[in-house]
Design a binder for this molecule. Structure first.
Ligand code: 6PG
Length: 248
């Protein structure tokens, strides 16, 4: 599946469009009195988007959302490296989302238990699709320079998991334990959204989108929603290695 590419001259224009698309979906769900189930991505890129989203903190629709994370570092929730802490500080503390609708990974548990606990939460809180499995409305993802996404790293055994929604993982360089969504869960979402910014991502973006043979080993290249939509929001720097469409 080739993603729906949205390329923007600047990060600001990118996050303005993501925000418009996101809020349109949230409003549609709230008007139907349905919860929008969302998994936020980690890393630094989301911070730019969170700053834009907080401008809309007064919308009444925020009570119609459930927040999860597509991966988490196994550190305390107030640790500087926590994806939950970043989102709480830069976004969630500004929004009127009931605490009962924000589901962080229980990083106080051992990684495997935390993954099992998160999986049970997802079964409990995320409505099933026609195949009976939890189907998120939106799953946000980032792209690592090695082609990882969430905490699915190249060559990791987690890429082969078919029967679980979450798994324990380890960052290959830092050795820091993590919990991650698995590909079966990611690929069941209604919409998977990559937020990709910066020149440092331009090579890996080109490798994946131009179908380079080495891209077959990149976890981000394995994100193909079964029925849902795949959208890559890129700034011009991240897209700078893409050949003009139509060129050989
Ligand atoms: C994490 C992320 C990870 C991230 C990419 C991109 O917890 O680190 O989930 O997959 O999205 O590494 O990170 P940046 O946005 O910081 O480039």
């Amino acid at each position: 599946m080739f993603p729906n590419l949205k390329i923007f001259p600047t990060d600001q224009e990118l996050v303005q469009q993501v925000t418009a698309d996101f809020l349109a979906e949230l409003h549609m769900k709230s008007s139907k009195k349905e919860m929008m189930t969302v998994a936020l991505s980690g890393g630094n890129t989301p911070a730019v988007w969170f700053a834009e989203l907080t401008k809309y903190s007064q919308l009444p629709d925020w009570s119609w959302i459930k927040i999860f994370w597509s991966d988490e570092r196994m550190v305390p929730p107030d640790h500087p490296q926590s994806n939950y802490k970043l989102a709480k500080l830069l976004l969630l503390d500004s929004l009127a989302i009931p605490a009962s609708q924000i589901f962080r990974v229980a990083t106080e548990l051992p990684p495997s238990e935390a993954a099992e606990h998160y999986e049970r939460l997802i079964w409990q809180e995320v409505p099933a699709g026609t195949d009976g499995y939890p189907q998120f409305d939106w799953i946000l993802l980032g792209l690592g320079e090695d082609g990882h996404t969430a905490s699915l790293f190249p060559g990791a055994g987690t890429l082969q998991i078919k029967d679980k929604l979450c798994a324990a993982a380890v960052h290959p360089e830092s050795g820091l334990p993590r919990v991650t969504f698995t590909l079966p869960l990611i690929n069941r979402a209604w919409k998977v959204v990559f937020l990709i910014m910066g020149k440092s991502k331009s090579r890996i973006v080109a490798d994946i989108l131009q179908g380079k043979p080495k891209a077959r080993n990149y976890p981000a290249a394995a994100v193909h929603p079964v029925k849902g939509e795949l959208v890559w929001y890129l700034d011009r720097a991240a897209a700078s290695n893409l050949k003009p469409s139509g060129s050989c």
